[in-house]
Design a protein around this ligand. Structure first.
Ligand SMILES: *Cc1c(COP(=O)(O)O)cnc(C)c1O
Length: 391
């Protein structure tokens, strides 16, 4: 059976060049980069080369990149580390309702420990307004955290404008760029952000490695305490193979960025066009297909049927997709993102997220549309509510 992977926002396949870059760190290059003899120094060279490659992808200085164990750790670090560092200045944090759970659940944790959090609303396309942010900033606000690209509906936030609002009020600004990295050109200096989270496995690198950009001089305390790794900012012996793979993935991503964006956008637009031609009762969630949308993201609600049923029947045909976000797909709670966009609960239940990437082909899309058309027809035949009011 044909296998078609359409869940690039959950994770990406690791590119062959990336795997090749990683292998030596499991075989002959196993030295600890903190050791002072030559095997350690060889590993240290690899570590610093990876740091340069990741820094270059976002226009940072290598000294501003700190490796972490994942994007989630980078998000936890910045929220908890800034809260720690600026506790005497204030206890108010601003974020949005559509953030990844790595941000939202950390904010809930901080609320239990005496912090106040404002969750900004978004418009019907999932966009945060700089004016609303300006209104929400208080004298005790210490940090604003708004994601760069949303993982469910693909909205790309006006980070430069939002960061400028925070800066004008003397407030630090963080962006979770895990989903934006490799899909949107990023220059931290031009954006004016203080912190930026990244993860390797969303850009064709390995799982279990991420990074936090920390603008030189920005106030943040350590999250992991221990040895002197990462300029004494993040303890723990480095995941050398993972970091080297992340570096290679970042280098490849920088080289392929324009081609990647064009390829993804073209296939995604073609996919949506073919769905509309073949299936009735469909609705696009998130920004209309334009510059404000993640190039690979297509989030669609199908009337009268359950997204889970579509997912399982697609899987039986070798096709991998997601309902809502991968992290919440095991719970039956409706998506907090679709809810924030004002998508009605009936449409929410029939929502599927398709995300395309570098290995997706036009033939894949044609195959998926054929299968999907039959599945939707079949499920609607079975649906007791087809055509009834209330849906
Ligand atoms: C995937 C993702 C994360 C988490 O990254 P991990 O490396 O999987 O921990 C955080 N934020 C967003 C927007 C993501 O898409």
């Amino acid at each position: 059976m044909r296998q078609v992977y359409l869940d690039y926002s959950a994770t990406t396949p690791v590119k062959e060049e990336v795997v090749q870059e990683m292998i030596p760190y499991y075989t002959e290059r196993y030295g600890n980069p903190s050791s002072l003899y030559s095997a350690g120094l060889a590993a240290k060279d690899g570590l610093e080369q990876a740091r340069e490659r990741v820094a270059e992808l976002i226009g940072a200085d290598p000294g501003e990149i700190r490796f972490t164990s994942c994007g989630t750790e980078a998000d936890n670090w910045v929220l908890q580390g800034v809260s720690d560092a600026l506790r005497n200045k204030g206890n108010h944090i601003i974020t949005s309702r559509i953030e990844h759970h790595a941000i939202l659940h950390t904010c809930e944790y901080l609320q239990k420990h005496g912090f106040e959090v404002t969750y900004l609303d978004v418009d019907s396309e999932g966009v945060v307004s700089p004016e609303k942010l300006a209104e929400a900033i208080q004298d005790n606000t210490i940090l604003v955290s708004i994601m760069m690209a949303n993982n469910e509906v693909g909205s790309i936030e006006p980070i430069k404008e939002l960061a400028a609002v925070a800066k004008s009020r003397g407030v630090l600004f963080h962006t979770d760029a895990v989903q934006a990295l490799g899909n949107v050109p990023i220059d931290v200096k031009e954006l004016g952000v203080d912190f930026l989270s990244m993860s390797a496995h969303k850009i064709y690198g390995p799982k279990g490695v991420g990074a936090l950009y920390i603008r030189k001089g920005a106030a943040i305390h350590n999250f992991l305490h221990g040895g002197a790794q990462e300029a004494k900012k993040r303890a723990g012996t480095e995941n050398m193979a993972g970091i080297a793979g992340f570096g290679k993935a970042a280098e490849l991503s920088g080289k392929n960025l324009d081609a990647h964006i064009e390829h993804s956008r073209k296939l995604r637009d073609y996919f949506w066009q073919r769905i509309r031609e073949n299936i009735t009762g469909v609705q696009l969630n998130g920004p209309v297909l334009a510059a404000r949308r993640h190039p690979g993201n297509l989030n669609v609600s199908f009337d009268y049927i359950e997204g889970e049923a579509i997912l399982l029947m697609l899987d039986a045909n070798g096709i991998s997709v997601s309902t809502g976000s991968a992290c919440s797909s095991k719970s039956l709670a409706p998506s907090h993102v679709l809810d924030a966009l004002g998508v009605p609960i009936t449409k929410m239940n029939g929502t599927v997220r398709f995300t395309v990437g570098d290995f997706t082909t036009k033939e894949d899309i044609d195959y998926v549309v054929d299968v999907l058309t039959k599945i939707v027809e079949r499920l609607r035949e079975l649906s007791p509510v087809t055509g009834q009011e209330g849906w």
